[in-house]
Design a protein. Structure first.
Length: 176
C-alpha cells in the first residue's frame, strides 16, 4: 500500500490472524462467541483423560463457540464451531485446546483466550501464499486498520512495515 512518500508492506497472514483474534476476543468479552452449525458433525475419538478434560470444561467450549456432545463411549461429535473461523470444521483446533487443558498449559478461559485463541486464529488465517483479490485485500486492510492496535499479531510479529521514500533511496545508494 502506498500513501504519500511511504510504502506499507502488509503481511496478509499476520494481518488476518490479528483480525480473527480480535474478533473472537471481543465476542468472548461480550458474553460468548457465536457458533456456526456444521452441515455434518465432525467426530473425534478421545482417550479417557481427554474425555475427562472435555467434560470438566464443557462450559468453556460452549463459551468459545463449540457445540460438542458425547457420541459413543470415547467419541465426541462437534456440531458447531466458532463462527469467527468461517465454519472451519477441522477437529485439530478443538483437540489442540483439549491437549493444552489436559497438559495444564492452560488452566482457565482467560489463558485460553491469550494462548489458544491466538493459535486458532493463526491456523484459520489466510496463508501468505494465498492470492487475495483486490476486494479481499482491501477488506482485510480496512478490518485491520479498525483495530485498536493493528501493528502486531497476537504472537508479536509485525503486521505492517513502513518504508519512506528516503529509506528506499538510501537502500539503493541514491542517497548517502
Amino acid at each position: 500500500m502506498e500513501q504519500g512518500n511511504e510504502l506499507y508492506f502488509i503481511d496478509q497472514h499476520v494481518a488476518h490472524e490479528k483480525v480473527l483474534y480480535e474478533r473472537l476476543t471481543k465476542a468472548l468479552k461480550e458474553g460468548g462467541a457465536a457458533s456456526q452449525l456444521l452441515l455434518e458433525p465432525v467426530t473425534v475419538t478421545v482417550t479417557a483423560r481427554e474425555k475427562r478434560v472435555i467434560e470438566e470444561n464443557a462450559e468453556l467450549f460452549k463459551n468459545i463457540g463449540f457445540d460438542v456432545e458425547a457420541f459413543g463411549r470415547n467419541t465426541y461429535a462437534i456440531r458447531a464451531v466458532p463462527f469467527i473461523f468461517d465454519g472451519t470444521a477441522n477437529p485439530v483446533f478443538f483437540m489442540d485446546i483439549v491437549d493444552n487443558l489436559s497438559d495444564g498449559n492452560i488452566r482457565d478461559g482467560f489463558e485460553l483466550k491469550q494462548d489458544k485463541i491466538a493459535t486458532m486464529s493463526c491456523k484459520a488465517a489466510v496463508k501468505g501464499n494465498n492470492v487475495l483479490s483486490y476486494a479481499e485485500a482491501k477488506a482485510l486492510i480496512e478490518d485491520l486498520l479498525k483495530l485498536e492496535n493493528p501493528f502486531n499479531c497476537p504472537h508479536g510479529r509485525p503486521t505492517i512495515i513502513k518504508m519512506s521514500k528516503y529509506e528506499i533511496e538510501k537502500k539503493f545508494k541514491r542517497i548517502i
